[in-house]
Ligand binder design. Structure first.
Ligand code: ATP
Ligand code: MG
Length: 406
């Protein structure tokens, strides 16, 4: 592809560049936004690479946050948002997880430490010059992910690059250049040294952005990444109907713009056996693990389509209802027939949990019942009653019932 003479840079990015250049430093736009702009994809994350040191960047701008100062990255706040400004750097030594970096190097050296050719183009926002020493433009045209330099060394410097290669390949439906692929596969033996947090962030980001989830899953399996970090990832539907089918995968890809359909917790629960174990390994939050657990526990669908069936199901699954509906939809390709019934129950505000009961435990104590576990059991029975018949959800009726239950 020929590089455009000019690309549109947001005003606040131009402002940062003028400030840096005005103080005698270089400022170049680099990274994902440049790549995505050339591909015609939206991306407003215009990272700025500069010859200014982190201290100099902090001195020049009023509002900064040292988001990754040891690696040269300072976030600069403009009226609109933060932009990351990173000092040209060289990775001196790397242990496969993190680098020791040196500043005071040229743009060319900085581009050489970047992972893939498609991520190593630089555009000057004021002079409109291009720097593309690794011919990233050609790989954008060929639609390939290719390591900058010797792929074996590059993956051994930072094993996360293996996952990043798979992510970009699935996101843009780019091939992975054969030597880059072979080196990535060989380097998977180093993957266990990565931190669970970095792997989780890559996995989640990959699920959200993949144009093709099918491709992503296949790449994780074929490369050996899944064997190291996600052996529970399934390609085919198993005898319990879990896992993936071709139709489901196509449905996922068609729903790329639907946030819940690309929710990483939901997708992990859908694509993996034992999602609770998987998310535990990836050090997901307690809330995320609980969400996956609720999806596993189910029941996956209501027993029938009457409001009574649907209320009982909603009361049983709680917050997992929308996740379960989405999973059903992804499995079957159509929206479940109970969705409008759920909407009706919610619109009518029918009681589904203890909080919605017209009376509280305190009311029962005030009515003379002893506090303790027996009270909880009475509340549960009252809840079952009003779930079955919302008309009964009044204080008087429930108090009378409670007295009979006590
Ligand atoms: P995204 O659209 O996902 O943000 P990106 O390419 O901008 O994609 P970032 O993680 O934001 O990815 O990183 C910005 C740039 O920094 C990349 O384009 C690449 O040049 C470089 N980079 C990021 N992570 C690495 C890495 N692990 N190894 C080498 N270079 C990297
Ligand atoms: Mg980025």
């Amino acid at each position: 592809m020929s590089l455009p003479a000019f690309i549109l840079i947001p005003d606040d990015v131009l402002e940062i560049a003028r400030m840096l250049e005005g103080a005698g430093f270089e400022a170049w736009c680099v990274g994902g936004a440049i790549r995505d702009t050339l591909l015609g994809e939206p991306n407003s994350d215009f990272d700025i690479a500069t010859s200014a040191t982190p201290d100099q960047v902090k001195g020049l701008f009023k509002h900064t946050v040292p988001v990754g100062e040891a690696f040269g990255t300072i976030a600069v706040r403009t009226q609109r948002r933060y932009h990351e400004v990173t000092t040209f750097r060289l990775d001196l030594s790397t242990d496969g997880r993190r680098a020791v970096v040196a500043f005071g190097v040229s743009l060319e050296e900085d581009l050489a430490r970047r992972d893939f050719t498609i991520n190593s183009l630089a555009y000057h926002p004021l002079t409109h010059e291009w720097r593309d020493p690794f011919n990233g433009r050609n790989d954008l045209e060929l639609r390939v992910v290719r390591a900058v330099g010797d792929p074996t060394l590059r993956f051994r410097e930072d094993y996360l690059r293996i996952l990043r290669a798979l992510r970009f390949s699935a996101r843009f439906e780019f091939a992975i250049e054969p030597q880059t692929w072979a080196a990535a596969v060989l380097a998977t033996d180093g993957l266990p040294t990565l931190s669970a947090e970095r792997v989780r962030e890559e996995w989640f980001k990959s699920l959200r952005t993949a144009r093709s989830v099918a491709r992503l899953v296949k790449l994780w399996q074929d490369s050996g990444v899944a064997a190291r970090w996600l052996p529970e990832l399934m390609v085919q539907t198993d005898e319990q109907g879990r896992g993936l089918s071709a139709a489901m995968l196509a449905g996922l890809d068609a729903r790329r713009g639907v946030p819940l359909a690309r929710d990483p917790i939901l997708l992990t629960a859908l694509l993996c056996r034992e999602p609770v174990i998987v998310l535990g390994r990836l050090k997901s939050s307690r809330a995320e693990i609980a969400r996956a657990a609720a999806v596993v526990t189910g029941p996956a669908e209501p027993a029938g389509l009457t409001p009574l069936d649907v209320r009982r199901w909603l009361a049983a699954v709680g917050d997992a209802a929308d996740d379960l509906s989405m999973i059903w939809q992804l499995r079957h390709g159509i929206s479940p027939a109970w969705v409008p019934v759920v909407r009706g129950v919610r619109e009518r505000g029918e009681p589904l949990n203890r909080k919605a009961l017209a009376l509280t435990g305190d009311d029962l104590v005030a009515a003379g019942m002893p506090p303790g576990p027996a009270l909880g059991s009475i509340l549960d029975q009252l809840l079952a009653l009003v779930v079955d018949d919302p008309e009964l959800n009044s204080r008087e009726i429930l108090l009378a019932r409670a007295e009979r239950l006590a």
